[in-house]
Structures are given as structure tokens and as C-alpha cells.
Design a protein around this ligand. Structure first.
Ligand SMILES: [Zn+2]
Length: 288
């Protein structure tokens, strides 16, 4: 786990483990010969990916960005996804001496099943209830609509068990477009990957951190034309990605990568070169 200070925020990366997805689907039309050196596929053509969530503690309370793959997978699905866990999101929180009721807000970049898994948990029977009982859960309105009545292509990417209870229990808060949702915390609607995908911008003084979600899932996806086969609106995604990364580079923003399996934090230097921040992130932040 790595943690660092960003102005008045304390940021902690919380891992929900690692998993594997088909390399071809992660890189769309990019030929395997180009990506396999960076992300070597296993014998089932799957590449190794992180499930990184971000905890931001600041003036607006404790905000969790993203909720991982969750705890509802069957053994067959765990094998399909090559799930590897020493820790998961809730045990990582426990490592910080935090309980689910200590979380004030959960912001979800979108509702694909590997991004909102821990949003709900089984109540002991067949019902699912919000895992973070005191939290408001923020999702873009367009994303909610796409998830509750998914198109034929996206049906397998959404799992209602992860989010239906948020509405039933009155914990869901829908956002339309860009908005400030807490002091220094903004969401920006990007679309591209899904109709209602959003990135999260944390800002304190001159410093900013961007939670990129599936706009740029790993370091390899920093190349503007390298994007996932699942992206519903590729041209829109490329346009927004170029804009977001250009601004991030100019401002020296800290970037957070949800599916990177090395370290989730990095910056781009003046030349646009990637500068990952290792586990020793505290000192890197102090220098930066
Ligand atoms: Zn996704």
C-alpha cells in the first residue's frame, strides 16, 4: 500500500487484489506484437492487472474512489479472472484501522463490475445491502441509466447485485456532468469508455490528483490511440484522453491508475515521460 500527502488531502492506494483479462480486449485494435512486450500475456492470453482504489481523507471527510471487484465471485469466476488476493479492499481499509462505516462518500468512475464490486455486500441471506452504510454513493446519471438497462454489448459488464441496493436503500446520488461534490473534489464526465464514465479530480492549493478510471487504465494506455476493445465510443475517448493528459502534464498533476499492477501513482514530466511513484511515495510527494 502506498500513501502520500496532496496539499490538505491524505491519499492512500487500497488494493482489491490483482486479476487477469484477455490482452486483446484490453488493447482493442492494437496488434499483440506491440503490446505483449509491455504486458506479457499468460497461456490463456490474459494480462495481469491491478484493482486499485483510492482513499482521499480531507476536509470533505473520507472519500473512497472506486470499489474494486468485490466479494461475490464464484470459484469458477475467480478462476476465469485469475483473481489473486492477499488483501482486498475491506481488509486494506482495516489495515488503516478504518471500518466501512467510517467512509463518508463513495465515488464510482462507472458501474462495470470490476469497479463497484464492494459497493454492496450480502446481508447474510439473498439480499444485498450497501457495504458502506453511512456513505453517499456518487454515480453519473447517464451511467446509472446505462447500467440498469444495458445495451446488448454491455450486458455482461454490469452486475446489478453491485448497485441495485444503493437506490433501494436511498444511498445513491446521481450527478449530471461536471460537478464539485465535496471541498476540493470534482467529478468530470468523460464518456468514451461508457456513456457516463467520469474521472475524479482532487485539488488542494496548487496540487491536483486525477483518478483516471478506465479512461487510462494502465501506464500502457497513456498512448492516445491505445484503448480497450470495450470502449463504446473510441473517438470520444481518444479526444478526451488527449485533452486530460495534456493538461495533467502541463500542471504536473499526480495521476492514479486503477488497473496498473506496479504502482498506481505516477506523474508525467515536461517531456511527457512517465514517472511512476514507488512504494516510497511519501518522500516522492515531499520532493514533488
Ligand atoms: Zn470499465
Amino acid at each position: 500500500m502506498s500513501a502520500l500527502k496532496l496539499g490538505s488531502f491524505r491519499l492512500s492506494a487500497l488494493s482489491d487484489g490483482c486479476f487477469r483479462l484477455d490482452g486483446g480486449s484490453m488493447f482493442g485494435v492494437v496488434p499483440r506484437v506491440l503490446w505483449e512486450g509491455l504486458k506479457p500475456p499468460d497461456e490463456r492470453n490474459r494480462i495481469h492487472l491491478g484493482l486499485n482504489c483510492l482513499l482521499a481523507e480531507g476536509e470533505g471527510g473520507r472519500i473512497l474512489v472506486e470499489a474494486g471487484l468485490g466479494g461475490k465471485l464464484t470459484p469458477k469466476q475467480e478462476d476465469l479472472y485469475g483473481l489473486e488476493r492477499t488483501d482486498h479492499l475491506l481488509s486494506a481499509l482495516e489495515g488503516l484501522r478504518l471500518k466501512p462505516e467510517d467512509i463518508d462518500m463513495v465515488i464510482l468512475s462507472h458501474l462495470h463490475l470490476d469497479h463497484c464490486g464492494w459497493s454492496t455486500r450480502a446481508d447474510g441471506g439473498d439480499r444485498f445491502i450497501p457495504t458502506f452504510p453511512k456513505a453517499r454513493y456518487l454515480v453519473q446519471e447517464k451511467e446509472w441509466e446505462a447500467a440498469v438497462s444495458p445495451d446488448i454489448r454491455s450486458r455482461a459488464s454490469y452486475d446489478r447485485r453491485h448497485f441495485a441496493a444503493l437506490l433501494d436503500e436511498g444511498r445513491l446520488e446521481l450527478v449530471s456532468g461536471d460537478a464539485e461534490v465535496a471541498p476540493g473534489v470534482r467529478v468530470r464526465l468523460t464518456g468514451g469508455h461508457t456513456p457516463g464514465h467520469q474521472v475524479v479530480v482532487l485539488e488542494s492549493g496548487e496540487e491536483r490528483c486525477l483518478f483516471l478510471g478506465d479512461l487510462v487504465p494502465t501506464f500502457a494506455h497513456l498512448r492516445v490511440t491505445w484503448h480497450m476493445g470495450w470502449d463504446l465510443f473510441p473517438l470520444e475517448l481518444m479526444r478526451v484522453k488527449e485533452e486530460v493528459l495534456k493538461e495533467a502534464q502541463e500542471r504536473g498533476d499526480l495521476l492514479f491508475f486503477t488497473h496498473e499492477d506496479s504502482t498506481p501513482f505516477a506523474r508525467l514530466d515536461e517531456k511527457g515521460e512517465l514517472c511512476p511513484l514507488g512504494p516510497d511515495a511519501d518522500s516522492a510527494a515531499a520532493l514533488g
